[in-house]
Design a protein around this ligand. Sequence first.
Ligand code: CA
Ligand code: CA
Length: 350
Amino acid sequence: MRNLREQLQRNLMHNGDFERGLEGWSTEHYWYALGKGLSQWEVDEKTVKSGKHSLKVIGKNNRGIAIQDLRPPFPTCRVSGWLRCENLKGYARIFIEFIDASGKWLAGVVVGEVTGTTDWTFVSKEVTMPTDAVVFRVDLLTTEPNDGVAWFDDISVVPVLPPSDSKPPEPPKFQVKPVEGEDCALQITWDLPSEDVIAVQIFAEPKPFNSVDNLLPRAVLQRHIRSFILRGLNQADSIYIALIAVDVDGMRSKPNVQRCQVKDLRPPEPVWWEWEPVKPAIKEGRGGYVRLRWRISPADSDISKFVLKRFEMELGATPFLEIPSNIFFNGSVDSLPYPHLIGSNWQQRQ
Ligand SMILES: [Ca+2]
Ligand SMILES: [Ca+2]
């Protein structure tokens, strides 16, 4: 089995040699049209740099763009390819664009280009994604409306890894906070890991741990990701969280375990309740007692108290009784005086 470094240093392009035609590439990008629509893309079997096929774009007073999006495991990559053109106005170009997780365009880099009539030309450049970039977009394009032809072949994108420092990375420093409006969810955020880190693993366990050897990570995230939401946690429990950094040589940082309290930030569910008279009124609508029963949703074990409110037409809702926290779960209270109860509406609220 190849080691991690060898696995990472491979060509990330899908069908960059066009031996499988246009597979992996998209060309119908009408936003790019200038002049008369878009140029036509074809697989060429005569003029090739390698194998049996190359890609060509035929200008008819227009221009064209072929796109393939990558998500490299490492931010620095060597981009290379072969270009050729005949009677081309403007340039035939390999262009790289960087886009963030929300789809925002961040930056673009020209890898290499040819113009006029130029035989097969090798171009190559090392490019580094900006910190927030997620998508590494490879564009093969002609820059201007033209009546020429351009060819592309052997497009390659290979991660460039830093040399080994022969030691495991530092554990990522992380913060944990509850997620506003969500039940039993924790958001973990961490700093950009050191330069040779390829991935961050997230471990979350109900008990403390010193080693992750026999544990399964909840998530394995590429190095550019710096936030993760843990969901489906049991709110009654503490949870022990550790982030492990994995470097390009497969070395892992030691677990830096934090004990975290799972908090519920949702408002409580409505409380089920009912009442019945337990001592009859001496006179209709005067005196007497009721028994009140209630049950809260199992998801709301974090309620600190709830308040009974009495509603009267003249006064509106007024607080009547605060239920003490030690009996609030599922319970009943007898002997509530109810001088104004019968014939009134009651409201309850947390
Ligand atoms: Ca080829
Ligand atoms: Ca290292």
